[in-house]
Every structure is written in C-alpha cells, then in structure tokens.
Design a protein around this ligand. Structure first.
Ligand code: UDP
Length: 451
C-alpha cells in the first residue's frame, strides 16, 4: 500500500489550456508520493472525449451542469455563478475526503477562481495559486490590479514601460480585450487573479527561469513564486516519468491516425502545422485569408479547424485541397505532431501551452495572436526569444494572405529563418535542462527541497 506524504486537491479552470498544465504538475507530485485529486465540473466530466490519466477525479458544480460555459452565455456570468455554486460544492467535496484514509492538506487552484482561497482557509488548508499564463502576463495584470497601468488598448504607437520588463511594450503587445467578445468586464476577472494572493502559501507559474529571468526576479520580490514549467509530459522533456507520454484528458477527440499517417509520408521539416487552440473564434474573413495564405505559400500544411469553426472555411479551398497539399482535421495530438520530424514550423494563435510545447520541441513559429495573453506571448516569441516572426494585422485587425505567405516562407525557407530555427533548437535544450535533475525548476526549491 502506498503511503502518501500529503493529499493535494487540484482545481483547474475547466478549459483544455488550463487543465493540461495542472494535470502535468499533478503527475509530478504524484511521482513524489503526493496523493492527487482533481476536482472538475460535472459538465466537463460528462463531455470528456479522452480520459486516460491515472489521477483521481471528483466532480464539483459550476452551476451549469447541463451546458457548462456556453450555457452561462458570458465568461463573466460563468465565473460569477461558479463562485456561488462552486464554493459550496467544493466544501462538500473536502468534507467527503476528510473522512477518507488520506484527508486533503493542500489546494492548488487556478486564480481565475480566486474564491478557492476562502474555502481553503475555512478548512485550514495550505493553498497555492497556479498561474497558467507566463510571468510577463502575470506581471502586466499585477500592475493593472495595483492601478499602475491602464490596459485599455489604444490605436496609437504609445509605448509602455512596465517594471520588470527589459524592453518597452506597445499597446498591441498587451493582453487585449478589444470588445471582441465581452469587453472590459473580462479584464476585471483577469486582474482579480491577484485579489487573494496575500493569503496563499505559494504561487506556481507555468514557465521556467531562463525564459523570463528579469521578470521572475522582479516578481519574486513581491510574492513566493515558484516556476514549475514547462508542464508538458515528461517523455517529451526529461523522460523521468516513463509512462507520461500524453496529457490524458481531452475535451476534443484527436484524429491521431489520420494525422500521423499523413505526416509519416512527408519529408523532414517540410510541413507547416497550424492551430488556434481550443477556444479562439476566428472571424470568417480571417479564416479565408488564412486558407489562401497557406495555399499560396506552397508548403504542405496540417491545419486544425475545430468542427464549430469549419463552416467558415471557403468552399473552393476545401474542394481544391488534396492530400498532396495539406490536411485539415478537427483536432490532433499536438505534442506528437510538434515532435514529428516532418514539421518545420508552427503557425499558432500563441496560447501559452502551445508556445511552451513548441519551445520544448524546438519548433519555430509564425505568431498570429488573437486576444487575451496571446499578443504578449507573440511579442516574446519574436523580440525576446527570437524563435518566430509575427504576422501583422492590417487596420481592420485582419492578417492578409500575402503577409501570412511571406511569414511562412521566411521561417521555413529563407536565410533569415536560419537564425530563428537555430534559436528554437537552443531553447529546446534550455527547456529540457530546466526540468531535468539540477535544472532551474529544481534549483528554485527552498533549502529543504520543498516545492
Ligand atoms: N491541442 C491539442 N490538439 C489540437 C490543438 C490543441 O492537443 O489540435 C492542445 C495543445 O497541445 C495545448 C492546448 O490544446 O496543450 C491548447 O492550449 P493553449 O494554451 O495553446 O491555447 P487555448 O486553447 O487555451 O487557447
């Protein structure tokens, strides 16, 4: 029988991009004999398409058991109700587990759900906030929270200097909420991630020291920060957890065989992988520009278009698409794809998991950020780590086909792309070193070796 050192209850925000990092961190803790229970919503559990992970999962309610986030109508309505109903159902779960062999000692929560700290305090539990964005983005939200900077986007080229940043950033580089979906109310929720942090024991960030040295050093003076990234399955990085090859919990069904069979027939570094993640809603006009930009680049491509986005694809594009040119799928096993030797570049919406995965697997990028933290991530990809180019939007906010074509060619074919490709290889090594024995993730543990 395994004797556990502690029992940690994990509470991710129930979106793919937030679940993946927390699940990976859970597996690392589990390998150190910490018992893990992941608490997620009833709706998500009912709708999971793939669930192969060994960690135990329990259900709580977000107040929308039948329709989840979509039933709520808006993000703000969703998080508001989640707080009301979630506080009660989480308390009930902790009470239930209190009667088990191994009661809960610690809660790790996504700071989108900052109310969890109050529940943890009610039960006298240790708590840790787990930020799934990088430290740069957290730092920006921190300064908005403190009222030091205003984040409302402007049309001009005004530059903002943020403490901890080594370079000034422009309005187009900050997390943006340009009313695309709900406007400034979302910003309030984002900034509220910092509202309870004075009460937590640790702050965990899915990043690694070398990636954001100055910002991490700066924020460490304010908060008990531990960088614990990149949180991707061990077999893609340090290979210390032998059965850890995939996240093991997916909201979408990956078309694994179709993707890998097709990639297996493509030459090394010849394929562009394109994905906008689990959530982004791309405007129809942008979809059309992207489609023709891909085709005109004359590179082979593997493009993930979620089924809800598919109707926006131009009809003649699909009709003309042959397996000689490209493959469009509704979801793929992204890590296996990025690792595949045929992949030469990743055109990405710059979700933080996608960037960390590309860094960890040494794939150079074309950054096409959509919203939230993605513009900041894109800024770092292009200007700080120099592992990609950024496809510029026109004044209407659309990236035109010619720009897309040029960016793809630049990374995949041209001399200028050589440096970007070399840098990508360099960062891959650094990511691996960070999580390996003696790497910066471990060096950041305290003198007792406690995470
Ligand atoms: N992903 C995947 N298959 C796909 C597209 C995405 O497995 O076809 C995974 C990807 O590996 C990443 C997550 O979904 O772990 C997306 O997270 P990210 O932060 O990049 O973007 P979000 O979906 O949160 O916008």
């Amino acid at each position: 029988m395994t004797t556990h050192k502690a029992h940690c209850l994990m509470l991710p925000y129930p979106f793919q991009g937030h679940i993946n990092p927390m699940l990976q961190f859970s597996k690392r803790l589990q390998s150190k004999r910490v018992k893990i229970t992941i608490a997620t919503t009833k709706y998500l559990l009912k709708n999971m398409k793939e669930l192969t992970t060994s960690v135990s999962i329990e259900a709580i309610s977000d107040g929308f058991d039948d329709g989840g986030r979509d039933q709520a109508g808006s993000f703000v309505a969703y998080v508001t109700r989640f707080k009301e109903v979630g506080s009660d159902t989480l308390s009930q779960l902790i009470q239930k587990l209190a009667n088990s062999e191994c009661p809960v000692n610690c809660i790790v929560y996504d700071p989108f759900l900052s109310w969890v700290v109050e529940v943890a305090r009610k039960f006298g539990l240790v708590s840790a906030a787990f930020f799934t964005q990088n430290c740069a983005v957290d730092n920006i939200y921190y300064h908005v929270h403190k009222g030091v900077i205003k984040l409302l986007p402007t049309q001009n080229d005004e530059k903002i200097l943020i403490p901890g940043f080594s370079c000034p950033i422009e309005a187009s580089d900050v997390p943006n909420y340009v009313m695309k979906i709900e406007g400034p109310k979302i910003l309030e929720v984002m900034v509220n991630q910092f509202s309870n942090l004075d009460k937590v024991d640790w702050i965990l960030i899915n990043s690694f020291y070398e990636l954001e040295k100055e910002i991490i050093d700066w924020m460490s003076k304010l908060y008990p920060i531990k960088t614990i990234g990149p949180t991707i399955p061990s077999m893609y990085l340090d290979k210390r957890l032998h059965d850890d090859k995939e996240y093991g919990l997916s909201i979408f069904k990956p078309m694994t065989n179709e993707c890998l069979n097709w990639l297996n027939h493509q030459p090394i570094n010849s394929v562009l992988y394109v994905s906008f993640g689990s959530f982004a809603i791309v405007e129809a006009e942008q979809m059309e520009e992207l489609a023709w930009g891909l085709k005109n680049s004359n590179n082979k491509f593997l493009w993930v278009v979620r089924s809800t986005e598919e109707p926006k694809l131009p009809k003649d594009f699909l009709e003309e698409l042959t397996s000689e040119k490209g493959l469009v799928v509704s979801w793929c096993p992204q890590l296996q794809v990025l690792e595949h030797e045929s992949i030469g570049c990743f055109l990405t919406h710059c979700g933080w998991n996608s960037i960390l995965e590309a860094i960890s697997l040494g794939v150079p990028m074309v950054a096409m950020p959509q919203w939230t933290d993605q513009p900041t991530n894109a800024k770092f990809v292009k200007d700080v780590w120099e592992i990609g180019v950024r496809a510029k939007q026109d004044e209407k906010g659309i990236v035109r086909r010619e720009v897309i074509e040029e960016c793809i060619k630049l990374v995949m074919e041209e001399e200028k792309g050589k440096l970007i490709r070399e840098n990508a290889k360099k960062w891959k090594e650094m990511a691996r070193n960070a999580v390996d024995e003696g790497g910066s993730v471990r060096a950041k543990h305290d003198e007792k070796g406690i995470v």
